[in-house]
Write a protein that binds this ligand. Sequence first.
Ligand code: SAH
Length: 241
Amino acid sequence: MRPGKVYLVGAGPGDPGLITCLGMKMIRDADVIIYDRLVSKELLDQARLDSIKVFAGKGMGESEKQDHINQLLLSYASEGKMVIRLKGGDPFVFGRGEEECIYLLQRGIQCEVVPGVTSALAVPASAGIPVTSRLASSGVTIVTAVRSNGEVLEAEYIPSKGTLVILMGVHVVDQLKRRLLEVRLPMEPVAVIEKGTLPEQRVFVDVLERLDQVVKENQVRAPAIFVVGEVVKMRDKLKFI
Ligand code: SAH
């Protein structure tokens, strides 16, 4: 039997319309779909009725979950199946897609990436915040609030100028705010965007020194993105929201 192949497919930031055409085709063709929590149900409804759909890693610890996913991918692909690993956003932006790909390639399984629209750029846009602008910021930095060792991001990753987009920050917001204030100014504008691109999207705009209060007062839950910088103010002028 010929071994199958694994496609790491980006599902986009939330709204099912924001998957790529190729990503959608892959979902329709797949024998097996192994999907994450942030993937919308509407996308899974596009799969073949006889396809196998597996929700990856319910009720497991992080490393246990990753081992389990790797083994699932390997075993289905070894059976000759076309396997889709469907991930929120883009598979290579804080998605561990590269780790899964390396694991499979090292075991002789073909693996390919179908890029996706990352929440890091699409979620600010859907909230009326351009991450760059000739009027306000010449660059954007995308960071995770927490490193893989559980530590809050080091100050060296935080630029003193330009737009900063922060993922996975809700549960460490106190420490994160303190770290940000080592580099950025207390009165800089900040936006908190919860469930971006989805009908339940909520957006809060304030100043950096109040980031933790904003999150707590509004009971913001993951998934949420924080945007720091002058571009946040442009939301007032972008009246499409
Ligand atoms: N690979 C994904 C990111 C995975 S990390 C991508 O490219 O988008 C998961 C984090 O992404 C969440 O904790 C949150 O910070 C952010 N995120 C993903 N979807 C989001 C959404 N719809 N709204 C707000 N934040 C989102």
